[in-house]
Design a protein around this ligand. Structure first.
Ligand code: PMP
Length: 472
């Protein structure tokens, strides 16, 4: 890859990537075809179980009805498992896959970069510079950017930075929002009804004093925020939220709530953190902050930024970000062996450039709207109470009567039907994660024909599920 420096409209020089060599993807050996290698899906799953606890590398990859799945290939809108079954994918690996699986442009950019430069643990590469500038260009709060590997790291450093600059201890989060696995935020996501309103950690092994330092409030409830802030005046370092709580499907924020949070944070000198790991890039290149017009002090980004390559970012106000130890002598420690890896940075650049160049968002938003309206009229026709919601390329069908303002409302969801129809969809070759409150995503590789099939198959799956319960 050649890096050209070009002056754009008299502003500072920008680094542009230019692919001069043919992509070398063909050099990467494909996984062995199960039949040809004599490996069966069962044998592979057994080997996984013997080597990896539970046989999977994330606690969120194994669900009843889809256990022991070994994925051997993925392409466009589908993935294929070791039994040879192909599924149209609406799970999208929890959101990153926005262009479609194994996008050739992104893969080529990655291969090109890693055959040019890899990690040296010193300085910076042109890929990192170009990507940081891209984020500055698109994301309103991104006066400065650091590149990390995961969303968890991004929210971890955001909280550390907020505590450091304010000298305060407490953090506010909202019931239903997920911000990764670190101790300060690993609580109160999909809580059982009797745990709502109490501290509900996602794990054992978290120090009680860390849990004590996080206050959990209901989403879309500005009075609750004002009350907590008044009660703990001068003690709250940061307020963190998913601007749309997508970890419980899709609970749309009220504009007055987001604006009110900004006002409270300004008045009380609290750092406002938008966790845009899902909303960033999926809803638009500037994230939800560019849509709602409320600019946070810090934002975490990841997932759709690189179509599935492992890269994330922390972006924010220059005066805060310049406190990170990447600036010599500054007090807030930030380091990471793989931060800003040239390969993943190149993959992110290629993803963003494709979204700039091609009508990616137009396409996925149009299909998203078709799914939502199609499902609503289908449910009306068959007389099933369903609340179909979402934004852009994200949709979800809750089985409850609306409206939905916060997590409490989702306790009314018929979780058995929600999970049950999704398990049946697998029989029709469609994959929506069979887990309660999980959302669906459309990628640039999905088509109108996929949408038609989805609506038809959903009707079949919901009716079968209801029949089996004797509800029809
Ligand atoms: N924030 C949000 C909103 C997320 O959805 C996730 C992951 N689902 C994270 C943070 C953590 O990101 P990662 O899994 O990359 O650590």
């Amino acid at each position: 890859m050649t890096i050209l420096t070009r002056q754009t409209d008299g502003r500072r020089p920008r680094l542009l990537t230019c692919h001069t060599r043919p992509p070398r993807i063909a050099a990467v050996s494909a996984p062995p075809a199960p039949a040809a290698s004599g490996l069966t899906s069962e044998r592979l799953a057994a080997r996984a179980l013997a080597a990896i606890p539970g046989g999977v590398n994330s606690g969120a990859r194994r669900f009843p009805g889809v256990d022991d799945v070994v994925i051997v290939s993925a392409n466009g809108a589908t993935f294929t498992d070791a039994t040879g079954r192909s599924l149209v994918d609406y799970h999208a690996a929890y959101g990153p896959v926005i262009l479609g699986h194994c996008d050739p442009d992104v893969g080529a950019a990655f291969m090109d970069a890693v055959s040019t430069v890899d990690l040296t643990g010193l300085g910076v590469t042109p890929y990192e510079i170009a990507l940081a500038e891209k984020l500055q260009e698109h994301v309103p709060c991104a006066e400065r950017v650091v590149l990390l590997c995961t969303g968890t790291e991004a929210t971890f450093y955001a909280v550390r930075l907020a505590r450091a600059v304010t000298g305060r201890r407490l953090l506010i989060k909202f019931q239903g929002c997920f911000h990764g696995g670190h101790d300060a935020v690993a609580l109160n996501v999909i809580s059982a009804a009797d745990r709502v309103g109490t501290k509900d950690p996602l794990s054992t092994g978290i120090l009680p004093e860390v849990i004590d330092a996080t206050l959990v409030l209901p989403f879309n409830d500005l009075d609750a925020v004002r009350h907590a802030v008044a009660e703990h005046r001068g003690e709250i370092a940061a307020l963190i939220l998913e601007p749309i709580p997508h970890n419980i499907g899709c609970v749309l924020p009220e504009q007055a709530f987001l604006e009110g949070l900004r006002e409270v944070c300004d008045r009380e000198e609290i750092v406002l953190i938008f966790d845009e790991v899902i909303t960033g890039f999926r809803h638009g290149l500037g994230g939800y902050q560019a849509i709602c017009g409320v600019t946070p002090d810090l934002a975490s980004l990841g997932k759709a930024m690189a179509n599935g390559f492992p890269i994330a970012a922390l972006a924010g106000r220059a005066d805060l970000m310049e406190q990170l130890s990447t600036v010599p002598g500054r007090p807030v420690m930030l380091a990471g062996t793989y931060n800003g890896h040239p390969g993943t940075a190149a993959a992110a650049l290629a993803t963003i450039e494709k979204m700039e160049r091609e009508p990616v968002h137009d396409h996925i938003f149009r299909l998203g709207e078709r799914v939502r309206t199609g499902l609503r009229s289908m449910f009306d026709r068959i007389g099933v109470e369903a609340y179909v919601t979402g934004l852009g390329s994200v949709w979800v069908t809750y089985f409850l009567s609306g409206p939905v303002r916060s997590y409490d409302d989702l306790l009314r969801n018929d979780a058995d039907l929600y999970v049950g129809y999704r398990r049946r969809l697998v029989e029709r070759g469609i994959f929506e994660l069979p887990a309660n409150l999980k959302r669906n995503h459309i990628s640039y590789a999905h088509t109108d024909a996929h949408v038609d099939e989805l609506i038809d198959a959903t009707e079949w799956a919901v009716l079968r599920e209801l029949e089996q319960r004797g509800a029809r």
